[in-house]
Ligand binder design. Structure first.
Ligand SMILES: *[C@@H]1O[C@H](CO)[C@@H](O)[C@H](O)[C@H]1NC(C)=O
Ligand SMILES: *[C@@H]1O[C@H](CO)[C@@H](O)[C@H](O)[C@H]1NC(C)=O
Length: 455
C-alpha cells in the first residue's frame, strides 16, 4: 500500500515537472528587451544596412466625420495597420512553450516614421500603447486615428457633387532605399473592408477607396509613398429641401403674382416681399460655400439668375403700375372736366325754381307712376300732395346724386382696369409679353441647370 502511494506520488511529480511553464517575460529576458537597452530602438532594425525595411500598410475608412467645404477640410476616421520586419528579433517558439508572439510597449522598439502629408492637426485620439512582435521578427502596430486633412474640393455641382479626398502616407526622412511601402490590400479589398466596418457617413455616401503607390523625387533622394483616395457622394436631400425647393417655391409665387391685379400697388408689395425672402435664403448659401472657387458653383448661378428674373419682374411691375397711374391721372382729369360741366348744369338748375327742378329731376323716377294722377287731381289737392311729395323726393334726389357719383367712380375704375386709355392698353400688352418671356426663360433655365447638375 505504501509503495503504491509512493509510486503514484512519483508519477504525479514527474508529470508536473515535465510540463514546462513559460511566461512572456522569459522571451523578453531572452531577447534582453529592456527599457535601457537601446539596441532595439536606436537604429533601423536591419543587420545589413543595405537591406530596406519593407513596411506593409493597410488603411481602412472607419467613418466620415466631416467634410467642410468652407475650409476645405476632410475629417475621416481611419484604421491603420502597419507591419514590418525587425531583424534583431527572433526566438524559437519550441523553446518557450510555443509562444509565437507577444505584445510589448510601443516605445521599446523601433517604429517606421510614417506621416500623412495632408494632416493639418495633431491626432489626439486614444491609442493602444502596445504592439505585437512575432518569433520571426514581424512587428505589427495598429491605430485608429482621426485625420484632420486638407482636401481640395470642387463645389461646382453642389449639392449634387462627388468629392475625392486623398491622404498620402510616406516616411518622413527615410528614402526608398531604406523604407519601402507596400499596400496590404488592393483597392477593391480596401473598399470592401471599409464598407463592412463603416460606422457613420453623415451626409456622404462612401463610394470607393483606391490605393496607388508612387515615388516622390526631391533633390537626389526618392521617397516612396502610398496614396489612399476616398471617393464619396453627397446625399443632396437636405440641401434640396432646405434651399433649392424654397427658392423654387418663391419663383412659383412670383409667377403666380401675375394673376394679382395691377392697380393699387398690391402686386408690387407682394413681389418685394418674395424678393426679400429669397435674399434671406442667399445668406444661408454664403455660410455653406467657400468664397474661393475656380468655377462658379451652379447653385450660385441658380440663385443669381432666379434673383435677377424676379428683380426684372419687379421692375416690370413698377413700370406697369406707373403706366396705370398715368392713365388714371388722365382719367381723373377727364372726370374733373365732366364734373365741372355737371356743376355748371347744376348751377343752372338751381337758378330755376325748386318746382321746376323737381319736375325735371324727379321725372325719371316718378313720371310713369304719378304723371297721369297729377293731371286728374284738383288744384288744392295737388298742392297738398306736392308738398308731401317734395319731402320724399328731396331725399330721393340726394340718393340719386350719390348714385350718380358712385357710378362715375365705378366707371372710371372699370375703364382703368379693362380698357383704359392708351397707357393702360400698353400696360396690358407689356404684362402679357413679359409673362410669356418670364415663363419661357424660367423653364429653359431650370431645365438647363438641372441637366448641368445631373451630368
Ligand atoms: C543583455 O544586456 C545586458 C546589459 O544591458 C548585457 O550585460 C548582457 O550581456 C545582454 N545579454 C544578451 C544576451 O545580449
Ligand atoms: C519607386 O522606386 C523604387 C526604387 O527605385 C522602385 O522599385 C519602385 O518600383 C518605384 N515605385 C513606383 C511606384 O514607381
Amino acid at each position: 500500500m505504501m509503495h503504491i502511494a509512493f509510486l503514484l506520488l512519483i508519477i504525479f511529480a514527474d508529470g508536473s515537472s515535465s510540463k514546462k511553464v513559460c511566461s512572456y517575460q522569459d522571451v523578453v529576458d531572452y531577447l534582453n528587451l529592456t527599457t535601457d537597452n537601446s539596441v532595439f530602438k536606436t537604429t533601423r532594425p536591419v543587420l545589413d544596412h543595405e537591406h530596406p525595411t519593407v513596411v506593409h500598410l493597410d488603411i481602412i475608412l472607419y467613418a466620415i466625420l466631416a467634410v467642410i467645404e468652407k475650409t476645405q477640410t476632410f475629417i475621416p476616421v481611419v484604421w491603420a495597420l502597419m507591419e514590418w520586419n525587425n531583424e534583431r528579433i527572433s526566438w524559437n517558439p519550441d523553446q518557450f512553450c510555443g509562444i509565437t508572439q507577444i505584445s510589448v510597449p510601443k516605445e521599446l522598439l523601433w517604429k517606421p516614421d510614417l506621416i500623412i502629408y495632408e494632416m493639418t492637426e495633431k491626432d489626439d485620439s486614444p491609442k493602444s500603447p502596445y504592439m505585437y512582435m512575432s518569433y520571426d521578427g514581424k512587428v505589427t502596430a495598429e491605430a485608429e486615428m482621426k485625420v484632420v486633412s486638407t482636401c481640395k474640393m470642387d463645389v461646382h455641382k453642389f449639392p449634387f457633387d462627388t468629392q475625392r479626398c486623398s491622404i498620402t502616407v510616406a516616411s518622413a526622412i527615410h528614402c526608398v532605399q531604406q523604407i519601402r511601402l507596400h499596400p496590404y490590400s488592393n483597392s477593391s479589398r480596401a473598399t470592401q473592408y471599409s464598407r463592412e466596418v463603416m460606422k457613420t457617413q453623415g451626409e456622404w455616401d462612401f463610394l470607393q477607396l483606391s490605393v496607388t503607390s508612387g515615388n516622390i523625387t526631391f533633390g537626389d533622394g526618392m521617397w516612396e509613398h502610398l496614396i489612399y483616395t476616398f471617393t464619396m457622394k453627397r446625399r443632396p436631400l437636405l440641401h434640396v429641401t432646405n434651399f433649392l425647393l424654397p427658392v423654387l417655391f418663391f419663383l412659383i409665387l412670383d409667377l403666380a403674382s401675375f394673376l394679382i391685379a395691377d392697380h393699387r400697388g398690391e402686386k408690387l408689395g407682394f413681389k418685394v416681399t418674395v424678393l426679400l425672402a429669397i435674399s434671406v435664403l442667399l445668406l444661408i448659401l454664403n455660410d455653406i460655400l467657400p468664397s474661393m472657387s475656380n468655377r462658379t458653383p451652379l447653385i450660385a448661378t441658380y440663385c443669381i439668375v432666379i434673383f435677377a428674373l424676379m428683380l426684372l419682374s419687379l421692375l416690370e411691375t413698377i413700370l406697369v403700375t406707373y403706366l396705370m397711374e398715368k392713365d388714371s391721372v388722365s382719367q381723373e382729369k377727364l372726370r374733373l372736366r365732366d364734373d365741372r360741366e355737371d356743376k355748371q348744369e347744376t348751377v343752372k338748375h338751381q337758378n330755376c325754381n325748386t318746382e321746376e327742378k323737381r319736375q325735371t329731376c324727379c321725372s325719371c323716377i316718378c313720371k310713369a307712376s304719378d304723371g297721369e294722377k297729377q293731371h286728374e287731381m284738383l288744384p288744392v289737392a295737388q298742392e297738398v300732395y306736392n308738398s308731401i311729395q317734395s319731402l320724399e323726393s328731396k331725399a330721393l334726389l340726394l340718393i340719386l346724386e350719390e348714385l350718380k357719383e358712385l357710378q362715375k367712380t365705378l366707371n372710371l375704375h372699370l375703364s382703368c382696369r379693362h380698357e383704359g386709355g392708351k397707357f393702360g392698353h400698353w400696360a396690358t400688352r407689356i404684362n402679357r409679353a413679359f409673362f410669356i418671356f418670364y415663363v419661357t426663360t424660367v423653364s429653359l433655365f431650370l431645365s438647363l441647370i438641372f441637366v448641368a447638375w445631373n451630368t
